[in-house]
Design a protein around this ligand. Structure first.
Ligand code: ADP
Ligand code: MG
Length: 239
């Protein structure tokens, strides 16, 4: 008898609802099940649930809006970091609902995700998309303005070999930032290579995945962790 994996269950659930976009919580649950390091996020549907999730996780926590209609959560006031106790969680919930419903009044709101706040690190992006010509392609770059303004990113076709991962991490112009400048800690380049290889392997194993974004990943001098995740499935007819 074959047993359904967590990944199977999440994909089947989304498809049964006619959705191709997985929420942050679904994306992260899938990634955790696949052995990828993320800040584990739980769904809370009201302020009391948010508090009880926060109490089990321990403070500080981060709260984010969960809505199939909101792609960039921070643009609509849908991300609050550094919540230090239950009172802050409760008021952040109410403020977030008020803010989001005024800015994105037609968006369907499923609740919020509550997760541990990660230590600051160097922000990088790991992504995968499907190119009409080449098929699945991986992308790597620094987070923030470096990606958006400077287009300082590297690409490789899936499947990656370890040599590809090494090159992807090292061929961006911003490499000196990853290596550590002016006494600042550098990033664990091997951890980033391992992450790229794990995502490539996941994409190969799960052809249902059309897009995957870890934006950002916090890179540390020892290890790396994705704090935001977004997965888009191929529509069923494409696979
Ligand atoms: P979006 O990209 O949809 O606006 P993110 O989930 O990426 O929302 O959150 C926005 C920013 O908040 C991130 O770039 C990161 O700097 C910070 N952040 C998000 N989650 C965490 C977390 N768990 N720990 C620490 N910082 C976080
Ligand atoms: Mg993000």
């Amino acid at each position: 008898m074959t047993s359904l994996t967590v990944t199977d269950t999440i994909i089947t659930q989304a498809r049964s609802e006619g959705r191709s976009l997985l929420s942050e919580v679904e994306s992260k649950n899938l990634l955790v099940a696949e052995g990828i390091s993320v800040t584990d996020a739980q769904l809370a549907k009201d302020a009391d649930e948010a508090v009880s999730v926060a109490e089990t996780l321990g403070y500080p926590v981060v709260m984010k809006i969960i809505s199939p209609d909101i792609a960039h959560k921070s643009d609509v006031g849908g991300v609050v970091v550094g919540l230090a106790d239950s009172g802050e969680v409760k008021s952040a919930y109410d403020e977030m609902m008020a803010k989001v419903s005024s800015v994105a009044s037609t968006a369907r709101i499923d609740g919020v995700s509550v997760q541990n706040m990660a230590e600051p690190g160097i922000e990088v992006i790991v992504g995968a998309t499907t190119d009409p010509q080449f098929g699945p392609v991986m992308m790597f770059g620094l987070g923030g303005v470096f990606v958006e303004v400077l287009k300082d990113v590297s690409f490789r076709i899936v499947p990656l070999e370890s040599r590809d991962a090494k090159q992807m991490v090292r061929e961006i112009d911003a490499l000196p930032i990853l290596e550590g400048v002016r006494g600042q800690d550098g990033a664990d380049l091997e951890a980033l290579e391992t992450l790229l290889l794990s995502i490539s392997e996941l994409i190969e194993r799960r052809p249902e995945i059309a897009e995957l974004d870890l934006n950002p990943v916090f890179a540390y001098s020892n290890g790396a962790i994705a704090v935001d995740a977004r997965i888009v499935l191929h529509s069923q007819n494409d696979v």
